[in-house]
Design a protein around this ligand. Structure first.
Ligand SMILES: [Fe+2]
Length: 188
C-alpha cells in the first residue's frame, strides 16, 4: 500500500494528537535512519505505523492477541496496552498488506525494545521516545546521544530511562525490556 493510503488508513484509527505524534515519529525515524545507516524509507513507514493499534481498547487488543497467538509473556495479559505493538504489526500486515519483516518487527517491539533487535527497530524505538513533542527529564540527553555514532548506546540509555520510569512508579516492567538492556550492557 502506498504512503498516502497508509496515512489515510492510520488517520481513521487514531485521534488527531496521536496521528500528529505518529507523523513526528516518522520524521524522526527517517532522520535517525540516515544518521545510522539503515533504510530511511522503511524507517519513515514503520515510524508512521508504529501506533496503528494504540487506540484499540484493552479487550480488543487481548482478543486479537489471544486468537492469533501474539502473547509472548503473561505480563501482557496484566497490561494489555503492551500488546499494541505486536497487534499493530499483525494488523498492518493483514489490512495494509505490508510484509516487510523489518518494518513489522520495528512496529511489534517499539514499546518494549527486544534483545538483538534490528537497527531499524532500534531507530523506531528511539524515535518514539525522542520525537520533538516529547518532554520529560532526560529527553535532551537522549536526543543528543541518538544523534551520535552509537545506536546501541542511545537505545541502552532510552531503555534505562523507561525501566527507571516504571520502577519509580511501581509499574509492571516487561521482562523483554530488561533482557534488551542486559543484551546491550554486554555489547556496548
Ligand atoms: Fe506505541
Amino acid at each position: 500500500m502506498k504512503w498516502k493510503d497508509c496515512q489515510v488508513r492510520l488517520k481513521e484509527r487514531l485521534g488527531p494528537q496521536r496521528f500528529e505524534h505518529s507523523m513526528s515519529v516518522s520524521r524522526t525515524a527517517f532522520e535517525l535512519a540516515e544518521t545510522h545507516g539503515c533504510n530511511p524509507e522503511s524507517a519513515k513507514l514503520a515510524g508512521l505505523l508504529h501506533d496503528y493499534a494504540r487506540d484499540m481498547c484493552e479487550k480488543d487488543l487481548l482478543a486479537i492477541a489471544e486468537e492469533h497467538r501474539l502473547i509472548s509473556h503473561p505480563v501482557e495479559r496484566q497490561v494489555p496496552l503492551l500488546l499494541h505493538g505486536p497487534v499493530g504489526a499483525f494488523l498492518v500486515q493483514r489490512e495494509l498488506k505490508i510484509f516487510d519483516a523489518d518494518i513489522l518487527e520495528a512496529i511489534a517491539v517499539h514499546t518494549t525494545g527486544a534483545p538483538g533487535m534490528s537497527d531499524l527497530a532500534a531507530v523506531v524505538y528511539l524515535a518514539d521516545i525522542i520525537e520533538p513533542s516529547r518532554d520529560f527529564p532526560g529527553v535532551r540527553m537522549l536526543r543528543s546521544l541518538a544523534q551520535k555514532d552509537s545506536l546501541d548506546a542511545a537505545v541502552l540509555a532510552a531503555l534505562v530511562s523507561s525501566i527507571s520510569y516504571c520502577l519509580e512508579r511501581n509499574l509492571l516492567i516487561h521482562p523483554i525490556s530488561v533482557e534488551a538492556r542486559n543484551y546491550l550492557l554486554g555489547s556496548t
